[in-house]
Design a protein around this ligand. Structure first.
Ligand SMILES: NC(=O)c1ccc[n+]([C@@H]2O[C@H](COP(=O)([O-])OP(=O)(O)OC[C@H]3O[C@@H](n4cnc5c(N)ncnc54)[C@H](OP(=O)(O)O)[C@@H]3O)[C@@H](O)[C@H]2O)c1
Length: 263
């Protein structure tokens, strides 16, 4: 079980109201972590908080805020400056409008994907990393995607944003691991979350859809094995896409994504 002495006593989870974020919250509460949960909608945050408080003797704070707003760090600070956040999980990061061609989506929505991933993640890692540094302990988990290893149609800004996420984790790992701070990018393939269901994907026959509970468990278990964790069933696809010449990688993404067309 993940140790509060190493990564506690508080963990902050973005997108901590449902799906993978909720799975992280349950696992961490079970291990005795106090939690700060950030998401936009109040109601799912309140429901999860009630469930966590009923099942575990931990403190839970919530912030209903949009992480694509430039001043969101101020709000997060006002909720966390008085506690020790030893574990940061940047989970929120999905496509803003579902999968959509780059030019069909508005510029605003394309930019939101960038704000939610590269910009918010950089701001949070910098802020909480600086607070972990003098303590010489802590952990950061960034949620990445297989899509971050090659560009493809209908996920143009999303793939680029997730490439940033993965490379950010690698660089941070180099700098922070010697300071006692573990950094991990956990690479996801298709995962059964409410956000994904809302997009209405028609999964091709035989597609492996991961459970968010399994992803959260494996990411926490591998936090010290950074910088990048790829679940075993994704390993062959991950290695393959990384090994291809770039044009072939993009063409492979084009053919994979055409099989996952939203209905
Ligand atoms: N599901 C998959 O198949 C899949 C595959 C590869 C990678 N991933 C990655 O896994 C992570 C979780 O994915 P997900 O499917 O659960 O979708 P997600 O939309 O990234 O995460 C859902 C959570 O994030 C919150 N959220 C979304 N946008 C937000 C914003 N602008 N500000 C604050 N909170 C926000 C949602 O609550 P509110 O809506 O109330 O804000 C909810 O709590 C993401 O980083 C995603 O890129 C997922």
């Amino acid at each position: 079980m993940i140790s509060t002495a190493r990564y506690g006593p508080w963990a902050l989870i973005t997108g901590g109201s449902e799906g993978l974020g909720a799975s992280f919250a349950h696992r961490l509460a079970e291990a005795g972590f106090n939690l700060v949960l950030v998401a936009r909608r109040e109601e799912p945050l309140a429901e999860l908080t009630a469930a966590l408080r009923a099942e575990h003797r931990v403190e839970v704070r919530t912030l209903a805020a949009d992480l694509t707003r430039t001043d969101v760090l101020d709000e997060i600070r006002s909720l966390t400056d008085d506690v020790e956040v030893g574990l940061l999980i940047c989970n929120a990061g999905g496509a803003v409008q579902g999968s959509m061609p780059f030019l069909a989506a508005s510029l605003e929505d394309n930019l939101k994907v960038v704000q939610l991933n590269p910009i918010a993640q950089t701001a949070l890692c910098h802020h909480f990393g600086k607070r972990m540094e003098p303590r010489r302990r802590g952990g950061i988990i960034l949620v990445g995607s297989l899509a971050g290893n090659a560009g493809g149609p209908t996920v143009v800004a999303y793939s680029a944003a997730k490439a940033f996420t993965q490379i950010l984790a690698e660089g941070l790992w180099c700098e922070l691991q010697p300071l006692g701070i573990d950094v991990l990018c956990t690479v996801l393939g298709a995962t059964d979350t409410p956000a994904r269901s809302r997009m209405g994907f028609a999964d091709p026959e035989g597609a492996v859809i991961s459970s968010p509970d399994d992803i959260a468990r494996d990411a926490l278990a591998n936090l010290a094995n950074g910088p990048v964790y790829v679940p075993q069933h994704l390993e062959p696809g991950f290695r393959h896409i990384c090994s291809l010449p770039r044009r072939e990688a993009a063409e492979t993404m084009r053919s994979i994504l055409s099989a996952f067309d939203p209905t």
